[in-house]
Structures are given as structure tokens and as C-alpha cells.
Write a protein that binds this ligand. Structure first.
Ligand SMILES: Nc1ncnc2c1ncn2[C@@H]1O[C@H](COP(=O)(O)OP(=O)(O)OP(=O)(O)O)[C@@H](O)[C@H]1O
Ligand SMILES: [Mg+2]
Length: 352
């Protein structure tokens, strides 16, 4: 027992030193070592500065996954920070996809003009929806049918029926009107070639605005295609592609075990990561917060900050910092580090 305690205390002590493995968040509240400062990363994505002017980085190699969440009430700077992170990732050779239901001009400009990427306007063009590369056909039909049923909030018992019709479509080519929302995204783009490019996915483009249900179907089927493709490439422990989901709560259903949770559950061994932007923690399923490699909380009103503190371990100091409501005040929380770090976002001017 003494040996175990000694080892534990040793681990805790070394973990409190900069640059060395951190202790777990679960232990932190019970040790006097919570008085130690947060881990200081000195490489990775530059995010901003702390209150004494030191640069704050997100060391992407030190995280168990690069899946992340940015939380902030409306106007708090989520999209600005996401664009900044997109640029940081791009500078490191990581490809970036932005799925933007809002259709914000700045995202488009960054991906198309700065990164030389392309646009996929799902209101006018689509992709190879029925190509099930990387999936067993029956499993892909199952996922498509779950996406359709959940996006339209149909009773779950429809999943079986829709799956049957998807499989019929593969075997006999019979197009069923029930599958129209899925097939409306059928188009010229090949997702296997999109994964090697920077991509701006818009849903309120030239063809007009898509309904929320359609947006969900389009975004999720695209991710299902991506997931299959990435799984069929050789395993990679570095992120090759970062997917930024603005308004993620609108694009996914809010239950544990949903498609989004499944994607977060996968480690980064398939070479892609997801960064979701959300306004309020309860808008995403709770398991996402346990699965994300990092989270950034932006400052906001008391009710919002109180809700954050229920989802994540925050110190008094973090809470006060977030309550200040100065634009750019943020807290960085990393999996495996019990000491979330206060900082001020210092966005690339192009991200503004
Ligand atoms: N760190 C910052 N420094 C200075 N200005 C900022 C910063 N972050 C955001 N802004 C400005 O604040 C405004 C709102 O930012 P942004 O659109 O990123 O917020 P948001 O959280 O995405 O809002 P919404 O929920 O409405 O999408 C923008 O005009 C942006 O330029
Ligand atoms: Mg925004």
C-alpha cells in the first residue's frame, strides 16, 4: 500500500512540473497539488496569452485526441477562435474542413482564398452518397438509415424499414420516395478526393437555405463517408484532417451514443479530428465532454458559467475569469490536466 501511495505521490509531483505528464482530473480536487500552476505547453497551436503575457499553446501531440469543443454564448467569439485554429492547423500541414450552416463569409474567405481550398455548396451540389468505401454495405445502410430517421425525428422503428429500402436501392436500383432526403445530396464530388483538400461546406448557398433536417442529413452523411474513407487508409497517429463543425448542436441529435459521440469515441488513429462549436454545454450529449481531448470555454453570463462548472472541473479562478465577460477571455481545459488555464484569445487578424 505504501509503495502504491509513494508511486502515486511521485506521479502527482512530477506531473505538476511543466512539460511532464499531468495527473488526472479525478485526483486533482483531493490533493494539495491543485495549488500548482496549470501545465504550460510551448508548442502546437498558438491560442493566445495568459494574464502575465506568456503564450498559451495547445500541444496537439500531447493530447489523447485532437477532438475538441469550443463553448460560448452567441457573439462570444467561437467562430473567430475556430478560424484562428483552422489557420494554425493549416500552417502545420493539416487539412481543414469547415461545415458552416450559417454561411459566414470569413470562413469561406479563409478556406478558399487563404488556403486555396474548395467549396461544397450542399444546396446546389452533392457527393457520392451511395459509395460505401470503408464500410460493409449493410452497416453503411444501417448508418444512413439511422441518420435519416434521427434527423427527421422519426420513431426509431423506422430504422429497419429505411435500411431495407437503402439495401433495395443497392440491389435493384429502386429509388424510394422515403429516401429522397438522402439522395438529394447525391452529386459529382468524390469524398475520397475531398479528404486531401481544404474544404468549405456551406448549406445556405446559391440554391437557397436548406431546412434544418436536410442540413443534418447532409452533414452527417458526409461525415459517415469520411469516416469510412479514413478508416480504410493506413492507421495514422497524427491528425491529417481537422473538421470544424460550427453550430454543431444544430447538426447532431442530442443523445449519448449518437453519431457525433461515436465519432468522438474513435481515437485519432484514423487521422481526423472534430472540433464542435456549441453555445451551451447541454446542447451536446454529455459523453462528448468526457471524450474530447480539449475544450475551450469563452466568457459569458453567470447562468452559462454555472452550467459549464457542472460539466467540467473549473477552479474559482477560472470561473471568475469567465465571468468577466471581456471579449477573448477564455479557459483551456485539456484531458489529463486537472488545471484548466485562463488565457486571452489572440486571433490571427485574418480570423476576425
Ligand atoms: N478575441 C477577439 N478579439 C477581438 N474581437 C473578437 C474576438 N473574438 C471575436 N471577436 C469579434 O466579436 C464578434 C463576434 O465573434 P464571433 O462571430 O466569432 O462569435 P460567435 O461566438 O461565433 O457568435 P455566434 O454564436 O453568433 O456565431 C465578431 O465581430 C468578432 O470579430
Ligand atoms: Mg459563430
Amino acid at each position: 500500500m505504501d509503495k502504491i501511495l509513494e508511486k502515486l505521490m511521485g506521479d502527482i509531483f512530477t506531473s505538476a512540473l511543466p512539460g511532464i505528464q499531468a495527473l488526472t482530473g479525478d485526483l486533482a480536487p483531493f490533493t494539495p497539488f491543485t495549488l500548482y500552476p496549470p501545465r504550460l505547453d510551448s508548442k502546437g497551436f498558438y491560442l493566445g496569452r495568459d494574464n502575465i503575457g506568456r503564450p498559451v499553446y495547445l500541444d496537439i501531440d500531447a493530447l489523447p485526441s485532437l477532438h475538441g469543443v469550443i463553448l460560448g454564448t452567441t457573439g462570444s467569439g467561437k467562430s473567430t477562435l475556430a478560424r484562428h485554429i483552422a489557420l494554425e492547423a493549416w500552417k502545420k500541414g493539416i487539412k481543414v474542413w469547415v461545415i458552416d450552416p450559417h454561411g459566414e463569409a470569413q470562413y469561406r474567405r479563409i478556406i478558399l482564398e487563404r488556403m486555396g481550398g474548395k467549396e461544397l455548396d450542399l444546396s446546389v451540389n452533392g457527393f457520392d452518397v451511395l459509395n460505401h468505401e470503408g464500410w460493409v454495405r449493410g452497416d453503411y445502410a444501417q448508418v444512413l438509415s439511422e441518420i435519416l430517421v434521427a434527423s427527421y425525428s422519426l420513431p426509431e422503428l423506422f430504422v429497419f424499414e429505411v435500411k431495407k429500402r437503402v439495401l433495395d436501392l443497392y440491389t435493384s436500383g429502386t429509388e424510394d420516395p422515403l429516401l429522397e432526403p438522402l439522395l438529394s445530396f447525391q452529386g459529382d464530388e468524390e469524398v475520397s478526393s475531398l479528404v486531401t483538400q481544404n474544404l468549405y461546406v456551406t448549406m445556405r448557398g446559391l440554391g437557397g437555405r436548406l431546412s434544418l433536417q436536410r442540413m443534418r442529413v447532409g452533414a452527417q452523411v458526409l461525415l459517415a463517408r469520411l469516416d469510412g474513407i479514413m478508416r480504410s487508409t493506413p492507421p495514422s497517429h497524427t491528425t491529417r484532417l481537422l473538421i470544424i463543425m460550427d453550430e454543431a448542436h444544430n447538426l447532431f441529435q442530442l443523445y449519448n451514443g449518437s453519431f457525433l459521440s461515436q465519432l468522438y469515441r474513435e481515437s485519432r488513429k484514423f487521422g481526423y479530428s472534430i472540433l464542435s462549436l456549441v453555445q451551451i454545454p447541454s446542447f451536446l450529449p454529455a459523453d462528448i465532454y468526457a471524450l474530447a481531448g480539449f475544450m475551450v470555454y469563452l466568457s459569458g453570463p453567470k447562468e452559462y458559467v454555472e452550467e459549464l462548472a457542472r460539466y467540467s472541473y473549473l477552479t474559482r479562478d477560472n470561473i471568475e475569469w469567465l465571468l468577466y465577460r471581456v471579449r477573448g477571455n477564455a479557459v483551456l481545459s485539456r484531458q489529463g490536466d486537472p488545471r484548466p488555464r485562463n488565457f486571452t484569445v489572440d486571433p490571427d487578424p485574418e480570423a476576425l
